[in-house]
Design a protein around this ligand. Structure first.
Ligand code: SF4
Length: 290
C-alpha cells in the first residue's frame, strides 16, 4: 500500500514559529505559561504540558516568576500591557501576518478613519485587532452585516487571516457603497489554509482512502475533511494513529494523508508509520501465488 502525503500539510508558518518560541523560552529555563491554549491540537498541548508549559486564562493569573507567551492569534494592546506589567518576561508569538492587520488598523484609526474588518467578531484574532482601533473598528462577518453599518469615513477594509476570499471581496464592495471616499482595501487573508485545501483536493482524486490528521474541533481540519470527501468517499478525520482501523484500508492500494495547520510533524510521522505497518502486515498475510 502506497502512502502519499499532500504537497502542503501540517503546521503553518505562524504556528510553527509560536511552538518554536515556546521551546526557546523553555530552553532559557523558568516557568513558561501561555495565555490560552497555544494551538488547537490536544496532543501537541499535551506534549508541551509534559515539559511544564501550562495555560493561564487571563493576564491577572500571570506572576513575576513567569515567562508569558502570547499566541499566534495575538491580543489587544491592553492585554499585552497587563501581561508585561505582571510577568517576568513576555514572548510575543503573534503571527507576523496578524501583526500586519493590527498595525494597519492602528494607523488608520490614528488618522481618524473608519476600519472595517471582515471576520468573526468572537474570534480571538478579531478581538485583538479591534483593540488596536477600539473607537473606529467595525468587525463584520459579511456583506449583509456591512449593510447595517453607519456611513463610513475614508474606510480601511481588512480581513481576518482565515476567511474565504469571496466573502472578503463581497463585503469590501458593500463598504464602497457606505463610504464617503474611496476605501483602502487590503486583502490580509493568509494563504496557509487555502494551500492545504488545494493540495488535499489535488491528491484526493488519486487515492482510495484519505486520512486527515487534526483536532476534531479544529475548523481547518474539518474543512480539509469535507474537501477530501468530495472526491474520496473513504476520508477519515483522526487525532491519533490508534484511530486507524485496518479494515478501512483493506484492499486499498493508495492512501492519502494530510494534516491541519495545528498538527505537529511528529504526529503525522506516527500516522504514516502506522499506515505503512498495516500495508506491510497485509502483504505478509497475502497467500503466495504458485
Ligand atoms: S494561518 Fe496564517 S495567519 Fe494564521 S498563524 Fe498560520 S500563517 Fe499565521
Amino acid at each position: 500500500m502506497q502512502v502519499l502525503l499532500a504537497d502542503e500539510y501540517g503546521f503553518c508558518f505562524g504556528v510553527e514559529r509560536a511552538v518554536q518560541m515556546v521551546e526557546d523560552a523553555l530552553a532559557e529555563g523558568g516557568t513558561v505559561r501561555t495565555l490560552g491554549p497555544l494551538i488547537h491540537n490536544s496532543q501537541e498541548i499535551g506534549r508541551l504540558e509534559a515539559h511544564g508549559v501550562a495555560t493561564i486564562d487571563a493576564p491577572i493569573e500571570a506572576s513575576a516568576d513567569m515567562t508569558e507567551v502570547i499566541r499566534a492569534h495575538g491580543v489587544t494592546p491592553e492585554v499585552q500591557r497587563e501581561l508585561e506589567a505582571r510577568a517576568a518576561k513576555v514572548v510575543d508569538a503573534t503571527c507576523p501576518f496578524v501583526t500586519k492587520v493590527q498595525k494597519l488598523a492602528e494607523r488608520a484609526a490614528e488618522q481618524g478613519r473608519d476600519v472595517v474588518v471582515i471576520g468573526n467578531p468572537d474570534h480571538p484574532e478579531m478581538i485583538g485587532v479591534k483593540g488596536y482601533a477600539p473607537h473606529n473598528a467595525h468587525v463584520v462577518r459579511d456583506a449583509g452585516e456591512v449593510a447595517a453599518l453607519p456611513p463610513l469615513h475614508a474606510p480601511l477594509v481588512v480581513s481576518q487571516t482565515t476567511i474565504k476570499l469571496s466573502t472578503f471581496l463581497e463585503a469590501a464592495e458593500a463598504v464602497r457603497a457606505k463610504a464617503d471616499a474611496e476605501p483602502q482595501i487590503v486583502n490580509t487573508i493568509c494563504s496557509a489554509t487555502r494551500d492545504r485545501q488545494d493540495a488535499a483536493r489535488a491528491l484526493a482524486g488519486q487515492v482510495e482512502a484519505f486520512y486527515i490528521i487534526g483536532g476534531r474541533h479544529s475548523s481547518n481540519s474539518i474543512k480539509l475533511l469535507s474537501v477530501c470527501q468530495e472526491q474520496c468517499a473513504k476520508s477519515f478525520l483522526i487525532e491519533t494513529p490508534q484511530e486507524i482501523n485496518p479494515a478501512d484500508v483493506a484492499g486499498v492500494e493508495r492512501v492519502g494523508v494530510t494534516a491541519g495547520a495545528s498538527t505537529p510533524n511528529w504526529l503525522i510521522k506516527e500516522v504514516v508509520e502506522r499506515l505503512r505497518a498495516i500495508g506491510d502486515m497485509r502483504q505478509q498475510a497475502e497467500p503466495i501465488a504458485v
